[in-house]
Ligand binder design. Structure first.
Ligand code: ZN
Length: 191
């Protein structure tokens, strides 16, 4: 079922007002705009994409392994398809534009913002993920975690208290993957 316009509007407002930020230091992450780390992981999929959405990742070649993470999600979930390319190549898709910007430390490592909706649109047509190249010298596991974390926000996850990529204590592994509880929530919505 597609979200109603009201839901879509609220979602866009949430994305614009709060954004969804990951900073690697726990003290900063606790004040992050992706929601408090307080709900159970299985209840953290709060603004999912319409079922059947094709997500286009449009950005530089090196986006901290976000495409690898997205491919693993695509392979596991019938309800979402992820491709790499441009909006022109994939009309009607949900376009995630990846930007790299150099910001000072202490601001954010990654940031996700939903595009505003145009007239007659019931859902935002895309989002922008900003990766802070201040952290380009951070360990690969950290950068990959940031990229995966932001992509989980695109899929609809807010922060939560459990284990996992948008959880309070994300595992810094070289191959980030959703936790069992995060998979449970993903499968419940995306099949
Ligand atoms: Zn976040």
């Amino acid at each position: 079922m597609r979200p109603t316009r009201t839901v879509g509007t609220a979602l866009a407002a949430l994305g614009l007002a709060a954004g969804a930020v990951l900073a690697p230091a726990p003290a900063i992450a606790a004040k992050d705009g992706g929601g408090a780390y307080d709900v159970p992981a299985t209840q953290a999929l709060t603004w999912p994409l319409p079922a059947g959405t094709t997500v286009v990742i449009d950005g530089p070649a090196n986006v901290w392994q976000m495409r690898d993470f997205a491919e693993s999600v695509d392979a596991a979930l019938p309800g979402v398809t992820v491709v790499s390319g441009s909006a022109v190549e994939h009309p009607g898709a949900f376009v995630v534009t990846i930007e790299k910007e150099h910001r000072r430390s202490g601001t954010f490592a990654g940031f996700t913002k939903w595009r505003t909706m145009g007239p007659g649109e019931s859902y935002p047509t895309g989002a922008t993920i900003t990766l802070n190249t201040y952290f380009r010298e951070s360990p690969r596991s950290t950068r990959r975690q940031v990229a995966a974390h932001e992509f989980m926000h695109v899929l609809g996850f807010r922060h939560h208290a459990g284990d996992g990529i948008t959880g309070a204590q994300p595992p810094l592994t070289l191959e980030p993957a959703p936790s069992p509880d995060e998979w449970t929530a993903l499968h419940a919505y995306y099949g």
